[in-house]
Design a protein around this ligand. Structure first.
Ligand code: C2E
Ligand code: MG
Ligand code: MG
Ligand code: MG
Length: 278
């Protein structure tokens, strides 16, 4: 019957497409359940300076699925964004990050350092985003100066005026802002100058081949020079080899994140790694 109705109708019954739709629906139910069952975990990846000293960490969410094991954000963040589940998920990450900051401040840690939290566009544009962040900070007692948000270019540019207003409100309390995956979007210099940012994070896509691809090397050098002239700090993401590390240092990069130094780990492990040796 589908065949008789013509090509377009026939495509509607494409078994592959239908399988994809029902898989998506199942994943959504599963993620909703996982959120309620507290199956999310807060992982952290260290950010270090050129001597390997810890400067801070990035919070990276994981889903500890009862059957599938540890699921990476690439597999559920896009769905969470489409379904709106990113709102409770983002709230959970924010509260977990604040709790972690408080725990670190109470432990034997001597050096103060920051924790960066990734934010999705839907979460950032919530009318009460600023209120929710300030509420989480106050409820936990976390120091706003230790909290930093990572926003992407495309998020910031969806509504520049609104982005600036929200950032300014949180900056008044000491919260910092990084532009994530820098270089992959379309920021013009004029926007970059207007946005109240503290930091650029060089996308790992440029770091990966910087020793073999002259274009990537040029882009990385340009980002570092640009950041210097705008007085922004820079974190290079995805640093995996001593050669990449050496190149980045030689061109003035001062903060590094990547497997060469440490992989993302449960937040509690980072704390143990930091405690002075007995
Ligand atoms: P991102 O914010 O750009 O995070 C960096 C990603 O690079 C992480 O992937 C990290 O594990 C990975 N990475 C770090 N060092 C290296 C390296 O040396 N080599 C390679 N190949 N990869 C490295 P992950 O944890 O899978 O997260 C993927 C993305 O998911 C993140 O990209 C971020 O956009 C998103 N994400 C993670 N956690 C959250 C969250 O709590 N909220 C939101 N909205 N998004 C999140
Ligand atoms: Mg990030
Ligand atoms: Mg990134
Ligand atoms: Mg990325």
């Amino acid at each position: 019957q589908a065949k008789a109705a013509g090509r377009n109708t026939q495509r509607f019954f494409d078994p592959d497409m239908q399988a994809a739709v029902s898989m998506r629906a199942a994943l959504e139910v599963d993620l909703r359940r996982g959120l309620n069952q507290r199956e999310l975990l807060l992982y952290c990846q260290p950010v270090v300076d050129s001597s390997g000293k810890l400067l801070g960490a990035e919070a990276l969410v994981r889903w500890n699925h009862p059957r599938r094991g540890l699921v990476l954000p690439g597999e559920f963040i896009p769905l969470a964004e489409q379904t709106g589940l990113i709102l409770p998920l983002g709230q959970w990450v924010l509260e977990a990050a604040c709790a972690q900051l408080v725990q670190w401040s109470r432990s034997a840690l001597t050096r103060p350092f920051f924790l960066s939290v990734n934010v999705s566009v839907r979460q950032f544009r919530q009318p009460d985003f600023v209120t929710q962040v300030l509420g989480a900070l106050q409820a936990s007692g976390a120091n706003p100066e230790r909290l930093r948000f990572e926003l992407t270019e495309s998020l910031l540019l969806t509504d520049v005026e609104d982005s600036i207003a929200r950032m300014e409100q949180l900056r008044r309390h000491g919260v910092g802002f990084s532009m994530d995956d820098f270089g992959t979007g379309y920021s013009s210099l004029s926007y970059l100058k207007r946005l109240p940012l503290d930091q650029l994070k060089i996308d790992q896509g440029f770091v990966r081949d910087l020793q073999t691809d002259p274009n990537d090397a040029a882009i990385v050098r340009t980002i570092l020079a640009l950041a210097r002239s705008l007085d922004l700090s820079v974190v290079a993401e995805g640093v995996e080899t001593p050669g990449q590390f050496e190149f980045l240092q030689r061109h003035g990069c001062q903060a590094f994140q990547g497997y060469l130094f440490a992989r993302p780990m449960p937040a509690g492990m980072l704390e143990r790694a930091l405690l002075p040796a007995p």
